[in-house]
Design a protein. Structure first.
Length: 207
């Protein structure tokens, strides 16, 4: 649904009073843009004689970036769908003990899904960040700044998605929530390191 809209249409919907799409969908979109930039760097490297030594690696980077872009685009709608299910669970009746118990169970399940989707976005962005590092190191140096932009955007998208993980975990609690949040934090730390390395490399080259 949302990935098929024009950029202007999506932003109009995002800016409206509609409950979705929201920050989670926006994070997934930014991650997809980062993946597209990595793909661009790879495509401007593959097939050029002077980069023949890294041809196979950059083809892999290009293909992996395309896969990640598709998965992140799909996460835009998945995030919106998960939000709708949370809202539907909150609207369930709670007049009797049985209804309240059913509502609690439905809400917990919906919140879990609503946390899992942005957590996956964090993980996917982590992979984009890792690819941006390879693209910066081995790709066409004329587009090194684009590899750095990809790294910055991947980190920003992951940090944004992490906020949506956290807000949904707040309604669940327990060991599962703690484990998922620890995974997210580890991925954010790795992304921060990747972004710092690529940006430093870019500025060092640019002078």
């Amino acid at each position: 649904m949302y990935p098929e809209l024009s950029i202007e249409q999506f932003l109009d919907r995002l800016a409206s009073s509609a409950p979705e799409p929201g920050g989670g969908a926006a994070a997934a979109l930014v991650g997809a843009v980062a993946a597209a930039l990595v793909g661009m760097v790879a495509n401007l490297t593959v097939g050029k004689e002077k980069f023949a030594a890294v041809e196979d690696e950059m083809r892999r980077v290009r293909d992996d970036a395309a896969t990640l872009r598709a998965r992140l685009l799909a996460a835009i709608d998945r995030d919106a769908d998960a939000f709708r299910r949370v809202m539907a669970a909150y609207r369930l009746p709670r007049e009797t003990d049985e209804q309240r118990a059913a509502r609690r169970e439905a809400t917990r399940a919906a919140l879990r899904e609503a946390a899992e989707v942005p957590a996956e976005v964090v993980a996917l962005c982590g992979q984009v960040g890792a690819l941006s590092r390879i693209a910066a190191a081995q790709g066409n140096p004329q587009v090194l700044s684009d590899a750095a932009v990809a790294a910055v955007m991947a980190e920003a998208a992951a940090a944004s998605a992490a906020l949506n993980v956290r807000i949904n975990l707040a309604g669940i609690g327990g060991a599962w929530s703690d484990e998922l949040w620890a995974e997210v934090q580890a991925q954010l730390a790795a992304l921060e390191a990747a972004r710092a390395a690529v940006v430093q490399q870019a500025y060092g080259r640019i002078g």
